[in-house]
Design a protein around this ligand. Sequence first.
Ligand code: 5AD
Ligand code: SF4
Length: 435
Amino acid sequence: MTPKTFKIKSFGCQMNVYDGERIAELLADRGLTPAVSGEEADLVVLNTCHIREKAAEKAYSDVGRLRREDGTKPIVALAGCVAQAEGAEAKSRSPMIDMVVGPQAYHRLPEMLEQVSRGGRPVDTDMPAISKFDALPARRRANPSAFLTIQEGCDKFCTYCVVPYTRGAEISRPFGDILAEARSLAAGGAREIVLLGQNVNAWEHEGRGLAELIREIAKIDGLERIRYTTSHPADMNDALIAAHGEVEKLMPYLHLPVQSGSNRVLKAMNRSHTTESYLRTIEKVRAARPDIAISGDFIVGFPGETDEEFEATLKIVDDVRYASAYSFKYSARPGTPAAVMEDQIPREVMDERLARLQARIADHQLAFNRSTAGLDTQVLIERPGRRTGQMIGRSPWLQSVHVDTDAAPGTLLDVTLTAAGPNSMTGAIRQRDAA
Ligand code: 5AD
Ligand code: SF4
């Protein structure tokens, strides 16, 4: 069967969302159309995440659910990091899977589809020297806030992490290619660009670093906001910190994962920073941009983590006063050094630590939200809210803001933040011509 319609389901990080968009453009370029809601797609691409155990299991159960009641099934492509990690084995784990394509090889999907139509079950988990980016069609339409992957892979080898194995070595896309893509995203309607990379602040090309890239992107007309994620503390250099104070379009938000508040655990994780160096960096960033919202990632229950070491994590949460943060139970990933470390922490201990950490983070998040109540700011409208006449957008600090307005997605509204909740803000449109 030659597929006419497709559906892409992306899991995990924003880089997967970006890849999903580019796969959609690639398929559309070859004449396929997105399945309309409710319709059964001829081709389903599951763009999977491998970062935590449950995510991989979920991918396989999602594959299973694609079987239809009458016993037929769509063409199923397993893509993303589970595809990279499992390779050909995915085919034996699920007979439903027609092809397996890794994150660096998805530009070859059209050829693979042809192989499937001839009865093949292709697997492509190569990391080819020719970048997929060169083989993909140009960007056309863009969301008000558009993702742009500028860097992939990781050379840091944190002992818990699969990314160096699933996404490969650190690669930066060329400066000119990124600028061209940013310009076409702006021309396609993007008002905000989120630069993405597993180690985005390690981006460099021909002597230029992320700070220079941001300054150049800021010159693009029509583009009002720039963000970047995810950064490693070790690559948070002075030029980038200075850009936070000087580039108006660079939003006051920084996602800078620390993972743990204990130096012993950080060392065992092979993180190259200490709690002291991390806090110094946060101090410098705040000196450059006092209102900046700091966000982070945490892992609880890393092998050997003691009660005191976990308390140290709570302490760094208090020290930094995070505006938001993500926290996870440690999950042993096969093939990573931490998976074979002694003293794996029992699940109940991890559950209890995670609950305490999340409660602490929630306190700080609410305090941050309250500290912004009453401020006059701008909200980039992204989508309709639950109520009619209500739209949802983002503040500069990445808070979700609910506004009563009929303004279209992509509008940058002058708003007063009128009320703070644990996970979102309410905003009211500011009347400009009071006189
Ligand atoms: N177990 C739990 N959390 C993990 N992360 C990465 N690997 C693991 C793992 N094995 C978390 C880290 C990272 C985020 C993307 O996911 O906090 O910053
Ligand atoms: Fe998941 Fe990490 Fe792969 Fe993103 S890069 S899809 S978070 S494993």
